[in-house]
Design a protein around this ligand. Sequence first.
Ligand code: AR6
Length: 231
Amino acid sequence: LSSISDNANLETKEVEGQEVGSADSHANQVCPDDIPTLAFPSISTSDFQFNLEKAADIIVEKVAEFSNKFRNARLVLVDLSHKSKILSLVKARIAEKNMDTQKFFTHVGDITHLYSRGGLRCNAIANAANWRLKPGGGGVNAAIFNAAGPELESATKDKVKSLSPGNAAVVPLSSSSPLFTREGVTHVIHVLGPNMNPQRPNYLNNDYNKGCKILEDAYTSLFDGFASIVR
Ligand code: AR6
């Protein structure tokens, strides 16, 4: 177990290190692996081309709202690369706002291998989905559908046929899915964010009034969905 937690959160070790031994002894007594955890990618900021600064503000605002309501849960923003701009922007805001880094931190890694490669246990992972809730299309959507196996598509269809922007759908994973057996993930939460890419459906033509509202709604739906499985 100790090697698992040693490997966890490599990216945020420095920030988390500041918390260890802090006055918040209650938090330090809780084994992080026991805390219900949602890992999520930055919705809309890659293929959907949403502005990164605005997205970072929204992520931090929505996480803070969630954390005020649910004290016994962890949220982790994940991206593939140490050079991830969105992770840097969010990390800077976490530090500025002095957020509790045991409850919210960033992690570099593939969201489909968080436990097996990063030692990070997550009950649920979010997917930046497309409106049809179909596999493929690249990005995190393709990675999650590939890793979950064919049952994810049918389990998704059993729940919901399509998504409109700003909405999320919680899908329980079959216990035979590699994401369940290998990674310990029990739920995938599909989220559809706002789209600023003219090549994709529901293009918002740079309307950030609408876009920010939709991204806020998307994170609200995502975190409400996570709360519904944690309760
Ligand atoms: N693990 C962790 N993060 C990832 C991974 C991964 N395996 N793959 C990508 N990311 P995107 P969007 C990060 O483009 O902008 C799809 O085709 C990535 O670096 O997946 O919401 C869907 O079908 C970025 O930070 O989602 C939709 O049509 C974040 O995940 C469309 O793209 C989101 O990037 C959605 O576009």
